[in-house]
Design a protein around this ligand. Sequence first.
Ligand SMILES: Cc1cc2nc3c(=O)[nH]c(=O)nc-3n(C[C@H](O)[C@H](O)[C@H](O)COP(=O)(O)OP(=O)(O)OC[C@H]3O[C@@H](n4cnc5c(N)ncnc54)[C@H](O)[C@@H]3O)c2cc1C
Length: 304
Amino acid sequence: MSVFNAYMTLSGAVDADVRRDERMLRHTSYRIGGPAALFASVHSYPALVRTIQVLEDEGVDWVILGKGSNLLVSDKGYDGCVIVLDGEFSRTSLGEDGTLTVGAGAVLSKVVNEAMKAGLSGLEPCVGIPGTVGGALSMNAGTRREWIGSVVRDVVVLRPGKGLHRYEASDIEWGYRFTSIPTSEIILEATLELAPSTREAIAADMEERLRRRRESQPFGVPSCGSVFRNPPDQSVGALIESCGLKGQREGGAQISEEHANFIVNLGGATAADVITLIGRAHEAVRSAYGIDLACEVKLLGFGA
Ligand SMILES: Cc1cc2nc3c(=O)[nH]c(=O)nc-3n(C[C@H](O)[C@H](O)[C@H](O)COP(=O)(O)OP(=O)(O)OC[C@H]3O[C@@H](n4cnc5c(N)ncnc54)[C@H](O)[C@@H]3O)c2cc1C
């Protein structure tokens, strides 16, 4: 495998910014992570296809990144290429029939606000969730019972090496932090079907949701949101709290005092610090309740 060859082939030859040894702490909401061997911010569909082709030819692993708000990158970094969808992938367009077509690279909060201003309801459960549309669809972001997938009319993906594919809503299963779209596919665009409402009603709902968020979650301190998925009918925050772990620290990381399912970076936390706290919480809940908690946060660069 040759990261160097891939860099030399791509650099200046595709509509993308390609960099080497990019520090991932600049691209994750945790502000944690060692360098990615390659980092490509691609601006167009041909550039994306060509970038992947070159990486595959050179045997370089790759991964798609949104805003890194649900991602923990290891301290040693990632020995592959991190691809970010930018430029034409960030477009949004409002249809006359109450639909909103959004590129995967669009910032979710901007899309939520655009819908509100257009008097279109359905994205309120996504208010306050950081990240991109692609990340939100990949994670089926939302609350435990409401999620972005429920307003999706169709999704266009790139199947690397095969081409484009359009999923209709009925082709996709959505669940709590789950979509049946395979992780090998790159989400490029989605059309959302929203319901007419008034700006005032949507804004009031969003404000109420933001208020509840501010009351129950740590604010203004780096994190990745919820670390574990809630088990059915249980609150993982309450489970971890009942094990006495709220406020526990490891290096610069802490199990949040506001919400025990958040691990926050108090400053200078390493990925190893966060992993230690994840392991501690996982083990405590397993031994107290026999529940094997599953991580919601995605890990990058921890493989052999
Ligand atoms: C303070 C805070 C609060 C949060 N609150 C919530 C919440 O209430 N509800 C919730 O659901 N989440 C929440 N999150 C988690 C996170 O914001 C969401 O999961 C978000 O949707 C991730 O988007 P992203 O663009 O940052 O994705 P990333 O973190 O960059 O990526 C997440 C995953 O999606 C994949 N991915 C990204 N883009 C694409 C694409 N175009 N095609 C295919 N795969 C892709 C990545 O490979 C990765 O596996 C919170 C996070 C923080 C920091």
